[in-house]
Design a protein around this ligand. Structure first.
Ligand code: ADP
Length: 586
């Protein structure tokens, strides 16, 4: 995104606060004008003092009093106005930041899983925080300080030219030199800063990844390696950052030299103009103090430009995420049919992730309400993709899927997902209490309902063993629980949700016999009375399924009950023999 468009967008994001922002901008201009009046007044006072004053002190005071009164008045006005501007700018920027952060969070949560798979959560948190902090800072500083600085420069230049164009010309040259230098440095360092930001994102991602896997880091004695990995990123970051800093340092040195030179020129040139009668002492004093003010504003403007430039990559990343379109949206006429019966039909559904190779091809099958359909096949055969289509993680590129005869694309997305429960192989749990995790399934579940679900899922004993019961925290990703407990908690959550359709990704990991037996009981409970699709890894599940779909290279190559498929002696028999050789031997 171009620099100008980027910052135009920052202003557009002010949204509902636009009116206050415009008022603040106008107040900034008023402030700039009144600040400019001060040195002019000062010059007049000097001229009066150096001219012929009345002999008596009283008469002299009468001449000076109005000027002094106006000066004090302006001084007070500036103080009050600046305080008000700062007060409102503070509130404006904080309010907007909170709004933007909430909108951004909602947007990111709706982005396709493919987006999340490609971008680490650590990086996303960094983009969110860095982006919103930048916006907050820009709004705050722009309306509190920098817009006034720009307005001051814009007011001062033409007015000073009108007052005495000869004395004003060094100021004009100074402004042009500042602008040219800033543009040059920004141009030189722009690409470099983009690289710096990439290193920062990498840093956030790496740190979050290591922290998220701290048990692994410690158990594999990887602390040193992880630290050295991080250090090498920090080193690259510094290497990328230093040239940018050098450019800005050079610019600062040059502008400082320029300002000293300008003051000197005004003094010497002013004295010459006074000698030939083209300037008064008061004008020289006015221009000296205007130059001092101008220089401080120019320095502010340059440091703001510097900051705009340093922040541009952060904003680019931030807007990049905001511009990512959620893959799936409700159709305008999407419906909420309430609770479905659970008849699921796939009709020639195909999907390719990369547009070249099909992940699933021509899937056609029907499941009646209450059926248990087992999906089996080698890794990468397309089982997860098939079920991802059912809960619309993706839409098929051709073919369709219906539930109770309604195309799932005609459902409101939330209505569809209320009807489908998913128990993931890798149990996903919030870093919250057991109760809060259970209520993900049913937000208004009572303690009694939670207790009943936990009992059916074989999870009640470990809940009750804990002093805090349902209020006990379970740690990040449920780290405070064992693997088996996590799975049973996830099953209890699905039981509370009580969806007519269930997607189950069985754990592949071997469990100890007691845990496995308890998990079997929990799974039997959760599958009861609903259409269940299970990516099956256990012989028991496959045996008891109403129907088995055998996947190979994205297609369903065989289908039937366990006995039918075994009798056929095809790919399924081979698969079972390979996968369950140990069980068979026993
Ligand atoms: P299974 O569940 O049978 O192991 P998957 O449905 O996960 O198989 O994978 C089917 C194919 O699609 C595989 O080749 C896999 O690499 C690919 N695949 C799965 N998920 C994605 C994804 N999010 N992006 C790109 N390719 C994917």
């Amino acid at each position: 995104m171009s620099f100008l468009r980027l910052y135009l967008r920052v202003l557009v994001l002010l949204g509902s606060e636009a009116r206050l922002a415009i008022t603040l901008a106008a107040a900034n201009i008023a402030l700039a004008v009144s600040q400019f009046i001060e040195p002019v007044l000062f010059g007049h006072i000097i001229d009066r003092l150096s001219g012929t004053l009345p002999a008596s002190a009283g008469a002299a005071a009468q001449v000076l009093a109005p000027l002094l009164g106006v000066w004090v008045g302006f001084g007070l006005f500036i103080i009050v106005a600046a305080a008000l501007v700062a007060w409102f700018a503070d509130r404006l920027s904080h309010r907007r930041r909170n709004m933007v952060i909430t909108d951004y969070f909602e947007h990111v949560l709706q982005l396709p899983l493919a987006f999340h798979a490609a971008a680490h959560s650590g990086r996303q948190v960094k983009v969110m925080l860095a982006g919103t902090d930048t916006l907050w800072w820009l709004w705050l500083q722009f309306f509190r300080e920098y817009f006034a600085a720009f307005a001051f420069i814009l007011v001062l230049l033409p007015t000073s030219l009108v007052l005495n164009w000869r004395l004003a010309s060094p100021l004009l040259v100074l402004c042009m030199a500042f602008s040219a230098l800033t543009v040059l440095v920004m141009h030189k360092a722009f690409g470099m800063q983009q690289a710096v930001e990439r290193h920062y994102s990498e840093l956030a991602e790496t740190a979050a990844d290591a922290l998220g896997n701290v048990a692994l880091v410690q158990s594999y004695a990887r602390v040193e390696r992880e630290v050295s990995g991080l250090k090498s990123i920090v080193d690259s970051l510094l290497r990328a950052q230093l040239p940018v800093l050098s450019w800005w340092a050079a610019a600062t040195v040059m502008t400082r030299a320029g300002t000293t030179l300008t003051l000197l020129v005004i003094l010497v040139f002013g004295t010459y103009l006074k000698l030939i009668g083209l300037a008064s002492v008061g004008q020289i004093v006015s221009f000296m103090s205007m130059a001092a003010l101008l220089i401080s504003r120019l320095e502010q403007a340059v440091s703001f430009a510097n900051r705009l430039f340093l922040d541009a990559p952060k904003l680019n990343d931030f807007f990049g995420v905001l511009d990512t379109v959620p893959a799936l949206r409700d159709r305008p006429d999407a419906i909420d049919p309430g609770r479905v019966r659970g008849r699921v039909e796939f009709k020639n559904a195909s999907l390719s992730y990369d547009g070249k190779r099909a992940a699933v091809k021509d899937l056609s099958f029907t499941a009646q309400p209450g059926d248990t359909v087992a999906l089996v096949g080698p890794t990468g055969a397309g089982k997860s993709t098939a079920l991802a289509l059912l809960h619309r993680a993706f839409d098929p590129q051709s073919g369709s899927i219906t539930i109770d005869g309604i195309d799932i694309r005609d459902f409101k997305l939330t209505a569809l997902r209320h009807n489908i429960g998913v128990v993931f192989q890798e149990t996903l749990l919030f870093n919250r209490s057991i109760a809060e995790n259970l209520r993900v399934g049913k937000p208004d579940a009572s303690e009694e309902e939670m207790r009943a679900a936990a009992m059916r899922a074989q999870a009640l004993d470990f809940v009750e063993r804990n002093q805090d019961g349902f209020e006990a925290p379970i740690g990040e990703r449920g780290r405070l629980l064992s693997g088996g407990e996590r799975q049973r908690l996830a099953i209890a959550r699905a039981l509370l949700k009580d969806p007519p359709i269930l997607i189950l990704d069985e754990a592949t990991s071997a469990l100890d016999p007691i845990t496995e037996a308890r998990l079997d009981l929990a799974l039997d409970e959760v599958m009861k009375g609903r259409t269940t699709f299970v990516i099956a890894h256990r012989l028991a599940t496959i045996r008891s399924a109403t129907r088995i779909l055998v996947f190979q290279h994205g297609r369903i190559v065989e289908t039937g009950t366990f006995d039918e498929l075994q009798r056929r002696g095809g790919f399924f028999t081979e698969l079972v023999r390979a996968q369950f050789a140990r069980v068979a031997a026993e």
